[in-house]
Ligand binder design. Structure first.
Ligand code: IPE
Ligand code: IPE
Ligand code: MG
Length: 240
C-alpha cells in the first residue's frame, strides 16, 4: 500500500484519472466494448475506495467527454446505464463511505433521471469533508473554459466590473472545479500519450503519469506505482 503515515507530505492531495482503455480491454477478450465499460466501472469503485484509504483527498475521474457522444448510440446508452447504477449504489452507500460527490460537466445533456440522481448524490453527500470524488460527465476542458469566459463577460456587462480586473483566482472560480485545488497527479492508463481535453487549465503544474495498463486492469498496485513515481519527482513550479 502507498505509504500514508510515513510519507504524508508527499501524498498527492488531488489525483485525476483519464479512465481509458475499456474498449481495447474488451476487444482483447473478444467481448463487446460495453463489457469493457462494465469492467472499468468496477475498477473505478475499487480505486475510489483505495484513494480514500491511502489519504488522497480529491479524486477526479474522466468518465465521459464532450466528444464521446460521437460513439455509437448503443455504446453511449450502456455507459449512461452504468453511471445510473453507480449513482444509485453510491446514494445507498453514501453514509457508509463518507465520500462527497461532485460533478464536472454539462449535465443538462443527460436524461432527466440521471440528472435527478446526480443532484441527489450531490445533496446527500455535501456534508462529507474528508474525501471527494469529482465525476466528469459530458466534460470537456474547452467547453468549461468557454463557459467561464461567457460567465465573466456577462458579469462585467451586468455589474460594470472592469474586464481587465479578471485574475487567475476569479477565472478558476468560474470553472466546474471551483473550490477544488488543482490536480497534483494526472494518470492516464490505456497507452495513449495525450490529454484529450481534460483539465487543461487545472493541469498547469500537474505531474503526468502514463501507463499502458488498460483501465479495467488498473489496480491498487498500479496506483501505488503512480504515486511512487509522483513522490520521486521534483516539482519546481517554475522555480529552481
Ligand atoms: C474509456 O475507454 C471510456 C470512455 C471514453 C467512455 P474507451 O472506450 O475509450 O476505451 P478504448 O480507448 O477504446 O480502448
Ligand atoms: C478520454 O478517452 C475520455 C475519457 C476517458 C472519458 P477517449 O478514448 O475518448 O480519448 P481519445 O479519443 O483516445 O483521445
Ligand atoms: Mg479511449
Amino acid at each position: 500500500m502507498a505509504k500514508k503515515r510515513e510519507n504524508e507530505a508527499a501524498m498527492p492531495r488531488h489525483i485525476a484519472i483519464i479512465m481509458d482503455g475499456n474498449g481495447r480491454w474488451a476487444k482483447k477478450r473478444l467481448l463487446p466494448r460495453t463489457a469493457g465499460h462494465a469492467a472499468g466501472a468496477e475498477t473505478f469503485r475499487r480505486i475510489a475506495l483505495y484513494c480514500r484509504e491511502i489519504g488522497v483527498k480529491y479524486l477526479t475521474v474522466y468518465a465521459f467527454s464532450t466528444e464521446n457522444w460521437k460513439r455509437p448510440q448503443e455504446e453511449v446508452s450502456k455507459i449512461m446505464g452504468l453511471m445510473k447504477d453507480y449513482l444509485l449504489e453510491s446514494i445507498r452507500d453514501m453514509q457508509k463511505n463518507h465520500v462527497r460527490i461532485e460533478f464536472f460537466g454539462d449535465l443538462t445533456a443527460l436524461s432527466p433521471e440521471l440528472q435527478d440522481l446526480a443532484a441527489e448524490a450531490r445533496k446527500e453527500s455535501e456534508v462529507f469533508t474528508d474525501s471527494q470524488v469529482n465525476m466528469c460527465i459530458n466534460y470537456g476542458s474547452r467547453d468549461e473554459m468557454l463557459r467561464a469566459a461567457r460567465a465573466w463577460a456577462k458579469r462585467c456587462a451586468e455589474t460594470g466590473e472592469d474586464p481587465e480586473s479578471l485574475t487567475e483566482e476569479t477565472f478558476s472560480s468560474l470553472l466546474y472545479s471551483a473550490d477544488v485545488p488543482d490536480p497534483d497527479l494526472i494518470i492516464r492508463p490505456g497507452g495513449e500519450l495525450r490529454i484529450s481535453n481534460f483539465l487543461l487549465w487545472q493541469a498547469a503544474y500537474a505531474e503526468l503519469y502514463f501507463t499502458d495498463v488498460l483501465w479495467p486492469d488498473f489496480d491498487e498496485r498500479e496506483l501505488d506505482r503512480a504515486v511512487a513515481a509522483y513522490q520521486a519527482r521534483n516539482r519546481r513550479f517554475g522555480g529552481i
